[in-house]
Design a protein around this ligand. Sequence first.
Ligand code: PEP
Ligand code: MG
Length: 596
Amino acid sequence: MPERTAMGEATFRGIPVSAGVCVGKILVLGQQRVQIERQAVPEEDVPRQLERLEQGLLATRQQLHDIQHQVTQAMGAKDASIFEAHVLVLDDPTLLEGVTRMIADEKVTAEWAFHVVAERFANTLESLPDDYLRERVADLRDVAGRVVNNLLGHEEAVDVANLKAPCVVIAHDLAPSTTARLDKKMVLGFGTDVGGKTSHTAIMARSLRIPAVVGLQNVSHQIHTGQTVLLDGFTGLVILNPTDQTLFQYGQIEQRQKSFEERLREIHDQPAVTLDGAQITLSANVEEATDGAEVKLAGGEGVGLFRTEFLFLNRSTLPSEEEQYQAYRQVAADLKPAPVIIRTLDLGGDKLPNLVGIAQDTAEMNPFLGWRAIRFCLQESAIFRAQLRAILRASAEGNVKLMYPMISGLEELTQSNELVEQCKAELRTAGVPFDENIEIGAMIEIPSAVMIADSLAKRVKFFSIGTNDLIQYTLAVDRLNEKIAYLYDPTHPAVLRLIKHTVDAAHRHGIWAGICGEIASDPAIVPLLLGLGVDELSITPPLVPPIKYIVRRLKLAECQELARFALECESSAEILARSQGIVSRAAPDLFGSLAL
Ligand code: PEP
Ligand code: MG
């Protein structure tokens, strides 16, 4: 239920997924949903229904290819790849077999059979305890709706690509294909009843830079086309009939935001150096071949984490060595001479591939404790070797470094290094160029790796602490489970001691240690990380400017004093409050803006 005020304002709370604030008239989509009814057909009509099904699938495939083409032109191949996943739905043999069987056995129309079977699939996916699969339901329903519309000969009710006036779109759910076609000039923002942060719709909104809020429960039934709304993609608020006072307050925040962004632009080319002269490296986390441009735009000093597994998701076949090489080479060449740390495959956990040729006979009980990352790679050595060769080849084109995820013991490191040496020998023999001195590092994200950090440090050139996993494995808190999210505590004294232990071991052996988990982009924690002695922070590109702004206003001596206090303190809340206090005093304007 919305919160109402006496002035007729109503506030709905959802999940913010794409930053920005907009005010405008609402356009509610999807209220005129097509009703499909069960319609029996005579036995002799069954072949015609099968033929219609074939035609409907063909038309849908053509539409999806057209959309993919349009999106590639407008937004690049990265976003258009989502439609490959849609085409895969059309190719799903179990789905199609279910539909044809239903037409033949129950003697019903093609549209009814497709609707029923696709809904069954969607319901099964929805009930799985896996966020990623649940969010794929939107893709399935999107494609199913398209097929049914084609079979019925219906046009889309509202053509979102050709809107006549600016509006804020509200819908129960917005299919990724609809989102991709939204007219950016006319759609000021959008809100949906359902959805999560990693849904394709949310990803699209961020790419389009349209403010968006999802998970608004049943907002689409409580507001109407033509009403005025303010949508805040920073905090997840949707305010219906905003009062003059609300609009005034938002106007002021917007002003502060603009002047703060101006200050961030001024330090774009400056280093991340504290007031007392301590410099740290501020790099960025990336996922795609084309992300180098964004890193440069943000003022990042290279890539601290290239999550290569994203090249393996949303597709049915493995990327070849050549395809991988082209992706790694592109980032390395775009950022040269800045370093690009390419992490080898971290598939598993919540990043499940859908690849032919990878044995996935049984669902794992505990995927985060299971067949993941380096464990997967050492067993699937052909996949690992292809990736290692691609990374080595890319090292000839820029400042490439290689990093292994999820190292839990020495054996994994030595086995991986042996494979690297074998790949190097192959390339040498074939006369393929690569950097003979490529640096190899290890992610430290499992408590056992922290405890043997001295042994690991002797064998690698750097550490990158993966706090996303280190926190979950230290505190036994599943990083995806919202029920125990309150226990996921980055300033827990145990976590801080593990970070300190890792950094000290690195320094004792003359190597550097960075952090590439999400806590590196939490402004309140930055003083603590600096005080603990980390040499590098690697964060999502849009947050590089505000984090650099904070670093440049801190004093290392004060951060070190904070760290000394934190390592003795028993209360995580007290540690966090102190660290946050330092940031509030050093950069008071930061919290008044909407930059974070
Ligand atoms: C981490 O665990 O902190 C990390 C950066 O790796 P990922 O989030 O990809 O597991
Ligand atoms: Mg990790």
